[in-house]
Design a protein around this ligand. Sequence first.
Ligand code: C2O
Length: 551
Amino acid sequence: GITRHYKFDIQMANVTRLCRTKSIVTVNGQFPGPKIVAREGDRVVVRVANHVPYNITLHWHGVRQIRSGWADGPAYITQCPIQTGQSFVYDFTIVGQRGTLFWHAHISWLRATLYGPIIILPKLGVPYPFAKPYKEVPIILGEWWEADTEAVISQALQTGGGPNVSDAYTINGLPGPLYNCSAKDTFKLKVKPGRTYLLRMINAALNDELFFAVANHTLTVVDVDALYVKPFDTPTLVIAPGQTTNVLLRTKPTFPNATFFMAARPYVTGRGTFDNTTVAGVLEYTNPRSAFPAKGFNKKLPLYKPILPGLNDTSFVANFTSKLRSLATAQFPANVPQTIDRRFFFTVGLGVSPCPENQTCQGPNGTKFAATMNNVSFALPTTALLQSHFFGQSKDVYTPNFPIIPLMPFNYTGTPPNNTFVSNGTKVLVLPFNTSVELVMQDTSILGAESHPLHLHGFNFFVVGQGFGNYNPATDPSKFNLVDPVERNTVRVPAGGWVAIRFRADNPGVWFMHCHLEVHTSWGLKMAWLVLDGPLPNQKLPPPPSDLPKC
Ligand code: C2O
């Protein structure tokens, strides 16, 4: 591979959406941010210089970071933030991945505007396992907030209240013509007839899983989270925050006399407040008659809009999810761990903690909302875990006692237990190098069932099983798919259900795992794995780079 150099200057920029101008944090003044393009096997070097009055870190979401854990980026997990006026060089190599990932800020809620695509092409001379597309187009779904998201989250953390709801969804940063004062900010994909386009879909929204479709066009799913899957056709995608999906779109054989919308709106499982609006973009055939005028709708042409599933269409989502399978060929094998060293069971859900004095909290009976794994709400330390571990200074920073729950039948989705109060702590789970892990994550319905897109840093994992209701350790494992389960880095724990994953802990370091709904992460739905060095020199985490920021 070769080395690709990027310079990311974090700077404020004025951006106008929905007829209002707002100063936002950007990379190089661009929104969405610049794309990183690399081939599998390339080294990527990004010099990040912080010129804004906020602490910054960037995360290369889904990049495995083999032996380069210092470059992973979550604040206070692998690094202290880059302070105003400082810089840091992220240096990593792309190994065994090809498809689409994305980068985003990994501190507070700054990823609301700090995000961009990572395009990973196959090694030179290695073709795609599908027909070569005519063109490739990144499509990033996001949320636009008129409020300052840093103010929204600090308010929500103090009072434990449901955070403010975004004002629009966006396609490549543009809300589109279904919002007031927004028709000129419409994403247009210009296409020719009879061609195949590769859409590189990314969900960078803070808090919503999204449905996406293009009117009158079928999508063929070929890759998720930078790993190939067995292709399948679908009218609609569902994509959770943190997930990426590559799809092929075949255009009509001849110029149609029509305009087609593409659109996205949320899939909602049990939240009280959410934005139920729709972002639209235009699939515009390049004959002049199909042009979508800047001012809005062309009344002379028929306009087709996609029909998206209902807001809570869980059966569509379950059906879509069940179709995802690894390619599992000789060239792209599915190396599912067949024997397991450690089996873990994590509950995932919402709870409450006591309201601080002199505050009005919005949880039940005046409590504050919290979110947990195994009833622990993770507290971010004030110095980075990876540094503390590497230099043997863990005392007072973290404790290696993440709770282990015995695997036994238990009713997690029935009547809530009496005590919904959570405990707080910076508890990590320690794994020896190369441990093969099976982890079952069970949604609890203590304060209502809700789906949680769980993201694991530093690894891909195989999704070997999932179901609704309570996981049954006596009967469910016999139904696991150990042949061609989908491999990915972010998986939905279904609302009122469970998911089982397997991975091999072959990457030493401290690896964050959290819900990719930013509101739940902020409430504490996160934990960290500490994977120890192996005995051989190439099984150890190298020392930190000399410019690693200090807290
Ligand atoms: Cu995309 Cu820890 O995040």
